[in-house]
Design a protein around this ligand. Structure first.
Ligand SMILES: *Cc1c(COP(=O)(O)O)cnc(C)c1O
Length: 225
């Protein structure tokens, strides 16, 4: 099941990318394994999936520890309270949900002494009123600048949650805006190469606008109980 699902998603990514003239290799598939077992993750690993994403700090860390003899890359994609930042800095390779300078400073400090910097994405709130997490676009230049000089973080790009309950049209307008901002950020900071956009429900639109990283849970592992 998981194996077939992964094959289907890879195929879908490839088809959509080619259809809009993109190189499918530019797009990384993250398997969102929240609420899924180590056994299920191992099934995905057995067919070559190496990138996993978790939303809850403790749950993620227990899986990271149990799977520590496998070479996997772990992304934190949940909302992060500053009292848990130390654990994310210590165990994860990426954090997609940096939304304040305060959090960035903490992660930077807590990452020091580790061999590699923490890869970070700034979370953008593209639907403004409905979502609580993420910064407004107008706050991006200052936060990006501040993060770019922190030695233990590496600014890789931006992330957004899907806009739900709205027309495709409104979603596409917002996604195009994200793509435009991503391009500007890339032109300013050489370390920027990642637009984390797209989940099981909006993977096609995300790839069409230029997403380089899709975060897929349900379509790989099935619904979460
Ligand atoms: C759960 C989650 C996903 C995956 O959503 P699916 O609809 O299961 O593919 C992606 N991104 C974030 C931030 C999530 O919390």
């Amino acid at each position: 099941m998981i194996k077939t699902n992964l094959q289907n998603i890879h195929q879908k990514i490839t088809m959509t990318a080619l259809r809009c003239g993109r190189d499918p290799k530019e797009i990384t598939l993250l398997a969102v394994s929240k609420k899924k077992t180590v056994r299920e993750i191992e099934q995905a690993v057995s067919v070559g999936q190496n990138f996993f994403a978790e939303n809850y700090v403790q749950e993620g860390i227990s899986k990271i520890k149990l799977l520590s003899d496998v070479k996997l890359v772990w992304h934190f994609i949940g909302s992060l309270q500053s009292n848990k930042s130390r654990l994310v800095a210590k165990y994860f390779d990426w954090c997609h949900t940096v939304n304040s300078l305060h959090l960035a400073h903490r992660l930077n400090f807590q990452r020091s002494g580790m061999p590699n910097p923490l890869n970070v994405l700034i979370q953008i709130n593209i639907s403004n009123e409905e979502q609580k997490s993420g910064i407004l676009l107008k706050e991006l230049p200052n936060l990006a600048q501040a993060i770019s000089v922190l030695p233990c973080l590496i600014l890789r790009g931006i992330m957004a949650m899907p806009i739900l309950h709205h027309s495709n049209e409104r979603q596409l307008v917002a996604y195009h805006k994200m793509a435009e901002v991503f391009q500007q950020l890339k032109d300013t900071y050489p370390s920027v190469d990642t637009l984390s956009l797209g989940t099981s429900s909006d993977i096609d639109s995300a790839i069409i606008v230029g997403s380089t990283m899709v975060r897929v849970g349900t379509a790989i592992f099935g619904t979460r109980g």
